[in-house]
Design a protein around this ligand. Structure first.
Ligand SMILES: *[C@@H]1O[C@H](CO)[C@@H](O)[C@H](O)[C@H]1NC(C)=O
Ligand SMILES: *[C@@H]1O[C@H](CO)[C@@H](O)[C@H](O)[C@H]1NC(C)=O
Ligand SMILES: *[C@@H]1O[C@H](CO)[C@@H](O)[C@H](O)[C@H]1NC(C)=O
Ligand SMILES: *[C@@H]1O[C@H](CO)[C@@H](O)[C@H](O)[C@H]1NC(C)=O
Ligand SMILES: *[C@@H]1O[C@H](CO)[C@@H](O)[C@H](O)[C@H]1NC(C)=O
Ligand SMILES: *[C@@H]1O[C@H](CO)[C@@H](O)[C@H](O)[C@H]1NC(C)=O
Length: 490
């Protein structure tokens, strides 16, 4: 739903890191390349533009045809590396293509279409701090007899209702921490602030209603079990049943590439499976990733109607990717991969352990058979189901999306999404359901607390070698996605 401003800002590490010797044309941009891109932009005519900020930087993928040619030939020469860069400067959005081989700008144009690039962490962070300095907000807090030092504010995107949009804006809602680390459990209801992002100023302030702040007691979500003994973050490949060479993963009859970007998070590409009969690899998936999520809340009141989050386009699963906790987020036999992206200043940021890869022994049967019709024999055989999972977790505000790509020996790939975290909660004066005299657009989950009705829709795109399809899936709690396949044979 919202943004992990506080947690994520501290977990980023600015880096001047490694350069790998292995090469795949779909390798994500490495820190050296990210530095190079920033220097190229800085030294060009763009460098002197006012307030230059980087909103998105990613590999501009080579054409599929060229990648396929590269895959099927033993020619080791590298394909041209390019990056797509979205910057804002002087109130304009620019789309730039940078050639990384010769450090030049291939194209640059001002974008004038609908919408704005994703918000930077810096913008979200600054917006979250504005209310605490705003006199009318301070008065509202005082009138509610609350302590301003215990208030945390969270920026929300504003949705779109068909109006012409000419400014980048955010709405900010605030929460009361006192006595709890579960910020989202203690909303300060009734106050909405509108922030103009380019000038970073509050432009509209509305204190419309009051409701008691839900109690802190019983809201702590921290596990009493403590941290498990973390053991093996380093010995990447030992005894795990698979190998990782830079971004290429080999397991059982599979070989595939694992990439990462700020928008989608994990990107699986060029996945092939070995066909033992034909003694050759069969191409299964060219590229697969989550392309969007849509999380509309179904509460039409002033403080809630606009909460219609597109967690990927507005914030980014990659940017919300959390460092995985060994033995909690991933099992003991997992290996880890870091993710890199670009900060508002154009510098590389590292998310350590953003992806984990592990063999799953589910306890299920892959196949089995007993044959009693061979005279004098009972032949009983089979194999246990073992799969390989590539996992990331996007911590988008109150929600944590656990995203799995699971490879099976049978040649299929299953994509799973699990949701955990805490629900988005609204404060209400009701303490039990019998008191309720009006629609609260949700479920009263405890005194003074409504978990507001909403859906999570996830859209995943698979670009197969011969066709591609996107599936729209998963209302909250529904395990099997509703599948809608679009085929395009071009
Ligand atoms: C290898 O590929 C590159 C780029 O596609 C091409 O220029 C070169 O001629 C190829 N070399 C051989 C030996 O095929
Ligand atoms: C640059 O940013 C500052 C601070 O947000 C703002 O006051 C100023 O107007 C911006 N300048 C331009 C040319 O956008
Ligand atoms: C850089 O390389 C690209 C293609 O590889 C080419 O189109 C462009 O003209 C080159 N730019 C410079 C400044 O050499
Ligand atoms: C307000 O909160 C701050 C920080 O948590 C604390 O130091 C201070 O004593 C509190 N003030 C009052 C009046 O309770
Ligand atoms: C962690 O290891 C220590 C020492 O080996 C052991 O005493 C402790 O019980 C372990 N904790 C957990 C949660 O397994
Ligand atoms: C992993 O390796 C690094 C550097 O070699 C070391 O500092 C760190 O303690 C190791 N971590 C674990 C969990 O063994």
């Amino acid at each position: 739903m919202t943004i992990p401003v506080f947690l994520v800002l501290v977990s980023f590490i600015q880096c001047g890191c490694f350069v790998s010797s292995l090469y795949h044309p779909l390798d994500p941009l490495n820190p050296t390349e990210i530095d190079q891109i920033r220097l190229t932009i800085q030294e060009s005519h763009l460098g002197s533009l006012p307030n230059l900020t980087y909103h998105f930087v990613d590999l501009e993928e080579p054409d599929k045809e060229d990648v396929l040619k590269w895959l099927s030939s033993s020619n080791e020469s590298k394909l041209n590396r390019r990056a797509q860069v979205v910057v804002r400067a002087g109130g304009e959005t620019r789309e730039v293509i940078v050639d990384i081989n010769n450090d030049s700008i291939v194209s640059d144009h001002v974008y004038s279409g609908h919408g704005y690039p994703p918000l930077t962490f810096n913008e979200l962070f600054l917006a979250s701090k504005l209310p605490l300095q705003y006199p009318e907000f301070k008065e509202s807090i005082l009138r509610r007899s609350l302590n301003l030092s215990e208030v945390s504010c969270v920026p929300f995107t504003v949705g779109w209702y068909g109006e012409a949009i000419t400014r980048r804006t955010l709405k900010v809602a605030c929460f009361y921490r006192e006595g709890s680390v579960n910020v989202f459990a203690r909303p300060i209801e009734g106050i909405t602030l509108l922030v103009d992002v380019d000038s970073m100023k509050i432009t509209t302030y509305n204190d419309r209603l009051r409701a008691p702040v839900p109690k802190a007691e019983g809201t702590d979500f921290q596990s009493s079990k403590g941290k498990p003994n973390s053991s093996t973050l380093n010995d990447t490949n030992v005894g795990k049943g698979f190998t990782i060479d830079d971004h290429e993963v080999k397991w059982a009859n599979w070989v595939f590439h694992v990439g990462f970007n700020a928008r989608a998070g994990v990107i699986i590409s060029t996945a092939s499976i070995f066909d033992a009969k034909k003694k050759e690899f069969r191409r299964v998936l060219y590229r697969g990733h989550i392309s969007e999520t849509f999380v509309p809340y179904s509460d039409p009141t002033n403080e809630w109607y606009f909460r219609t989050f597109m967690d990927i386009g507005e914030f980014g699963f990659g940017r919300a990717a959390d460092t995985l906790q060994p033995l909690i987020d991933c099992p003991e036999n997992a290996a880890y991969m870091d993710g890199y992206m670009v900060g508002a200043d154009g510098k590389a940021q590292k998310v350590p352990g953003a992806i984990c890869i592990f063999e799953r022994h589910s306890g299920d049967v892959a196949w089995r058979h007993t044959e009693i019709n061979v005279p004098g024999k009972v032949i009983r055989s089979g194999e246990q189901q073992t799969t390989l999972v590539v996992r990331m977790i996007a911590n988008v505000g109150n929600y944590d999306y656990i995203l799995d790509w699971e490879f099976k020996r049978s040649g299929s790939i299953a994509v799973g999404v699990a949701l955990t975290g805490v629900p988005a909660m609204k404060a209400t004066s009701y303490t039990n359901t019998k008191e309720r005299t009006e629609n609260v657009y949700g479920t009263l989950v405890t005194e003074n607390t409504v978990a507001v009705n909403h859906d999570h829709f996830l859209r995943k795109c698979n670009f197969f070698f011969l066709s591609h399809g996107c599936t729209l899936s998963s209302r909250f709690g529904q395990k099997e996605p509703v599948v809608m396949l679009v085929t395009d044979l071009s």
